[in-house]
Design a protein around this ligand. Structure first.
Ligand code: SF4
Length: 403
């Protein structure tokens, strides 16, 4: 039996490097990854001057049979071919609303394509142009690790008080675990409502706890900023330590058990970034995503999802100045879009901060995908097995029913 009383507590807020090294851009094989990373076909050269024309021709040939989804963090060269843009949940719903589209080409990352497969019909086939486009945050919580965590909670005598809440940015396996254990999915827009709902599910709301997966920052920021909890109400479960690095007493006292995962992009912003931009740009409004660290969120003027960031900038007065803490492709596009309205938009950090896995989807991969589909070859399909899909859908439906 696992001893949950002797493990060292771990409550630090530090962002540590991801345990899974991000793959370098390019064509490689990673034998430790569950996803294949070799492109199974011949990619066109990035220097091919006809790439744009080829993508356009293949898309035209496919017509209504194809629907291209572009996540906000995708490159411009890819976004230009998107039929819709948005965050991962909006895109999955957009795909489900297009049943005539046999092929859903998801320009985003692996967990997003899985969610689209879960929410679309069996006749629709979801395709990810590069199978190596994963998400380092989603990879920080594997099915085995989360099952072990549940054993730890059971042995500490708290599992029956715990309701799991999984962020949309998680694998289908984690969503299914959440559905199986009576929990819900949340997005960065509805995390507050999801936590309120989850606390209401327990037999006694005073002793109910939430296991929040996999982004510790979104969980902590929502609990503290939106629900008025203290930082002491939150503990961090580290899957790389025995018993998560927590004692049974810590688990019993906690209200929020935060999985030790983070976004490699948003986790890079620091308090110094905020102080630095305020000194550089007098009068600037700092607007950040809730995946940022707690001290960054606490120092910002406004906090919200990518959709909230876009709407806030749309409504901002002429002449206003903004420092945005989210992925650089989106910030650059917004800066260009609003320059004509005399809105000054800068990136929160001085260093470049792209999502390297999102950036794996480039024009050569998109051209190869569209041309393959146009020739009748279904490539890079993402398909979630039936049982996983059923439980993941259950958790997603609970989210859709949130008050
Ligand atoms: S921006 Fe962060 S959460 Fe989004 S795909 Fe990249 S690593 Fe994952």
């Amino acid at each position: 039996m696992r001893d949950v009383t002797t493990a060292q507590p771990r409550t630090d807020l530090d962002v540590q490097p991801t345990p899974l090294a991000l793959l370098l851009l390019g064509r490689e094989a990673d034998p430790t990854s569950e996803r294949g990373v070799d492109c199974p076909g011949d990619l066109p050269s990035p220097s091919d001057p006809d790439l744009v024309a080829r993508a356009r021709a293949a898309k035209e040939k496919l017509g209504d049979k194809v629907f291209v989804l572009g996540h906000h963090y995708q490159r411009d060269e890819v976004i230009q071919f998107a039929d819709v843009t948005g965050d991962s949940f909006k895109l999955a719903r957009d795909a489900a609303a297009r049943p005539e589209a046999e092929y859903i080409v998801f320009c985003g990352v692996h967990f997003m394509a899985e969610s689209a497969d879960i929410l679309t019909s069996d006749e629709q086939k979801v395709v990810l142009p590069d199978l190596a486009a994963g998400c380092s945050m989603a990879d920080m919580a594997t099915a085995e690790q989360v099952a072990e965590c549940w054993d730890v909670l059971s042995e500490a005598g708290v599992a029956d008080q715990v309701v799991p809440v999984a962020y949309m940015n998680s694998s289908a396996d984690i969503k299914a675990f959440t559905g199986r254990h009576g929990g819900t999915i949340c997005t960065s827009s509805n995390a507050k409502r999801a936590l309120e709902w989850a606390f209401d599910q327990g037999q006694d709301p005073a002793t109910t706890k939430i296991l929040f997966l996999p982004d510790q920052h979104l969980g902590r920021n929502t609990a503290v900023r939106d629900l008025g909890m203290s930082l002491e109400d939150c503990v961090v479960y580290n899957p790389h330590k025995p018993n998560g690095g927590l004692t049974a007493e810590q688990l019993r006292d906690a209200r929020m058990i935060l999985w030790r995962g983070h976004c490699s992009v948003h986790g890079r912003f620091s308090l110094e970034s905020v102080e630095d931009v305020r000194a550089r740009v007098p009068g600037v409004n700092v607007l950040v995503h809730p995946e940022c660290r707690h001290e960054v969120v606490a120092a910002a003027d406004l906090v919200g999802s990518t959709e909230y960031i876009i709407k806030t900038l749309e409504a901002a007065p002429r002449g206003s100045k903004w420092a945005i803490g989210t992925e650089l492709n989106l910030v650059r596009r917004l800066a260009n879009r609003f320059a004509a309205e005399d809105k000054e938009i800068v990136f929160l950090d001085r260093t470049v901060c792209f999502c390297s896995t999102m950036n794996r989807i480039d024009l050569p991969h998109l051209v190869w995908t569209l041309e393959s589909l146009a020739e009748g070859n279904l490539v890079n399909r993402i398909e979630v097995d039936e049982e996983t899909e059923d439980f993941a859908k259950l958790a997603l439906e609970r989210m859709l029913a949130l008050p």
